[in-house]
Design a protein around this ligand. Sequence first.
Ligand SMILES: NC(=O)c1ccc[n+]([C@@H]2O[C@H](COP(=O)([O-])OP(=O)(O)OC[C@H]3O[C@@H](n4cnc5c(N)ncnc54)[C@H](OP(=O)(O)O)[C@@H]3O)[C@@H](O)[C@H]2O)c1
Length: 266
Amino acid sequence: MKITFIGGGVMGEAMLSAILEKGLSRPQAISVSDIDETRLKYLEQKYGVAAISNNRLAADKSDVVVLAIKPQNLVQVMAELSGHLKPTQLVLSIIAGARIKTLCLGLNHNSVVRAMPNTPAQIGEGISMWTGATEVTEQQKGRAGSILGTMGKEIYVDDEKYIDMATAVSGSGPAYIFLFVESLIDAAVAIGLPRDMAKELVLQTVLGSEHFIQKSGKPLAELRRMVTSPGGTTEAALHKLAEKGFSSLILQAVIAAYNRAQELGS
Ligand SMILES: NC(=O)c1ccc[n+]([C@@H]2O[C@H](COP(=O)([O-])OP(=O)(O)OC[C@H]3O[C@@H](n4cnc5c(N)ncnc54)[C@H](OP(=O)(O)O)[C@@H]3O)[C@@H](O)[C@H]2O)c1
C-alpha cells in the first residue's frame, strides 16, 4: 500500500512508525511531506521513507494520503491538493475538529475518512474512532482500518457525531489520566512518601487496576465496593471525593472538551 503523510509531526511519526513496525507497508512505498525541512530529514534518515517538501508531489500516486497537520494549516493544504486527487485515492484525516463535509469540499474529493486517534498510539496502545464519507469504498475502509489498527484498537462508526464525543473522551483522555496520576503522586509525597517510592506505588496501582478491570470482567462499581470496607480508609477517601463533587467535575470537564470539539468543527 502506497501511503503519503502530509505533516510528519508527533502523530504523523507515530502512524508512520506503527505502519512500518507492523509491516503494513514498506519504507519505499511511503512518502512524507512537511514544511519543516529538519523534520523531513529526520524522518527520511530514521525510517528510510521518501521526504518530499511539496504536498502535491508527495500525494501523487499514493493509495492513501494521511492528513496529519494542525487544524490551522488545513485550509492551505486543502487548496494545494484540491483538484489533484484521484477518486481511487483515500484521504485519511486525523485533524481534530475537521469535518468530513469541510474536507470533501476543500479537497474537491469524496473519498475521505476522518479519524480521532490518541497519544498512546505512539507505543501501539492507542484507540482510534473513525468514520467515512458515503463514497468511501469497502476496500478503502479496509485500508483505513488496517492503518489505524497498527496504532492500537480502532472502532468504526457510521455517524460522524461520535467523533467529537471520542475527541472529548479518548482524544483528550490521556491528559486527564496523566493529571490524575500526577495529583496522586503529589498527594503521596505530601503525606510523607519519598517521590520515587510514591511514583512506583502510583504507576503500578494504575497499571494493576486497569489489568484487574480487564481480567476480572466485574462491573466497576463492584470492584470499587470490593476495596471499600465500611468505616475503612478507602471509604474515607471516596467520601471526600463525593463531597467535593469528583464525578460531577469529570462530567463538566468532558462536556467542556466536547463543546470545544464542536466549536472547532463549526
Ligand atoms: N497529538 C495528539 O494527541 C493528537 C491526537 C489526535 C489527533 N491529533 C491531530 O493530529 C494532527 C497533527 O498533530 P501533531 O501533534 O502531530 O502536530 P505537529 O507535531 O505540530 O505536526 C504537524 C506537522 O505538520 C507540519 N506542517 C505545518 N504546515 C504544513 C503544511 N502546509 N504542509 C505540510 N506540513 C505542514 C508542521 O510543521 P511546523 O511545526 O513547522 O508547523 C509539523 O511538523 C492535528 O490536527 C491534531 O488535531 C493529534
